[in-house]
Design a protein around this ligand. Structure first.
Ligand SMILES: Cc1cc2nc3c(=O)[nH]c(=O)nc-3n(C[C@H](O)[C@H](O)[C@H](O)COP(=O)(O)OP(=O)(O)OC[C@H]3O[C@@H](n4cnc5c(N)ncnc54)[C@H](O)[C@@H]3O)c2cc1C
Length: 308
């Protein structure tokens, strides 16, 4: 219920206007978002690198409706790639296809992503395609299937809450590439997504087993275990130990600002730890999805509002 309310608010224009204008929510956003500019993101990437972590920079923004906006988003990814190269930090870029024009046309969007991938390859940077709401799953996977054979630097994402994901992941394991497994952050009906957390967690374990299997890794899959769930992280540590999977054969991923203690602990234990670092002015829907994940974040916001 709580989660549904915040996921609903993430798409509301009125709530967006009120939240963006509020100085307190703007301040709290800084916990989850590096800042509004590319310079802020590079600064955070350097800080995390000094603590043994890599990053994926995420230029915030989604669902653009004009070709001009999609082209501007494409240009901005080209600038990010150049900034990563100049800064010499180990960073990938995470993109959303609705930012690259998926609502305008699949071919138009694929052409924009191809431009990003070509520039990124020159700079030695990988691009990972985030997974959005289930209306986009099929088209997102189709674009990945089209681009992956030509571009070794593109990766995909799958969501454990979707009922379809076991079949999607089996197909992706044939194609290879960096594949991020997350639980899923959008509002979905029960026909397409498991409504209960226990079901999502059980599916996560099954999917992680597929992703980490010897067969998948032989076909070029690089598993990205993206979660803050300590039980799943402990399960992964135990699973890789018992299967003899090296710490350099997969990576953990977490969001900037979530469980920094755990991020540092895993890096100190010698695991590969990549932090997803969002930045930019379009922070509202991302911020609402983070509030939806954890009542404590909302309590923190409310307590701060009451102080002033
Ligand atoms: C690197 C990365 C990339 C992602 N990319 C995508 C994507 O492309 N598409 C997509 O749909 N989703 C994406 N997500 C979000 C993901 O789907 C989940 O919504 C989010 O990670 C919360 O799920 P969880 O696995 O952490 O487990 P949960 O069961 O939600 O949380 C487990 C524990 O983690 C901690 N935690 C979780 N969320 C928060 C928070 N917001 N603040 C503080 N603590 C928290 C709490 O201790 C909580 O008890 C991504 C997540 C990560 C880590």
């Amino acid at each position: 219920m709580f989660r549904q309310i915040f996921l609903h608010l993430s798409t509301s224009r009125v709530a967006r206007g009120l939240t963006q204008a509020n100085p307190l929510s703007r301040r709290m956003v800084r916990r989850f978002v590096a800042g509004e500019g590319l310079g802020d993101a590079v600064r955070v990437a350097r800080e995390l690198a000094s603590r043994g972590m890599t990053v994926s920079l995420d230029p915030l923004g989604e669902n653009v409706s004009t070709r001009e906006e999609a082209e501007a988003a494409t240009e901005s990814v080209l600038s990010i790639v150049q900034a990563i190269r100049s800064a010499g930090v180990d960073s990938s870029v995470s993109i959303k296809l609705t930012q690259a024009g998926l609502d305008i046309g699949t071919e138009f969007c694929a052409a924009n992503v191809r431009r990003m991938l070509e520039a990124a390859r020159e700079a030695g940077v990988a691009i990972q395609i985030d997974m959005e709401g289930s209306d986009y799953t099929e088209r997102t996977l189709a674009i990945y299937r089209e681009l992956r054979p030509e571009h070794g630097n593109v990766g995909a994402v799958v969501q454990a809450y979707l009922r379809r994901t076991a079949a999607d992941l089996a197909a992706l394991c044939e194609i290879g590439g960096p594949i991020r497994l997350c639980k899923g952050a959008y509002r979905e009906p029960a026909e397409v997504a498991f409504p209960e957390k226990a079901e999502v967690d059980a599916n996560y374990v099954e999917l992680a087993q597929m992703l980490l299997s010897a067969g998948a890794r032989r076909r070029g899959v690089y598993p990205n275990i993206a979660t803050h769930d300590e039980r799943l992280i402990e399960w992964t540590k135990e699973h890789v130990r018992s299967e003899g999977i090296g710490k350099d054969e997969f990576e953990f991923q977490m969001l900037y600002g979530n469980r920094r203690d755990l991020q540092e602990k895993l890096a100190a234990e010698g695991y590969r730890m990549r932090v997803y670092v969002p930045f930019g002015r379009e922070w509202y829907p991302y911020f609402m999805r983070r509030l939806a994940e954890r009542p404590a974040n909302v309590l923190f916001l409310v307590k701060n509002l009451l102080k002033y």
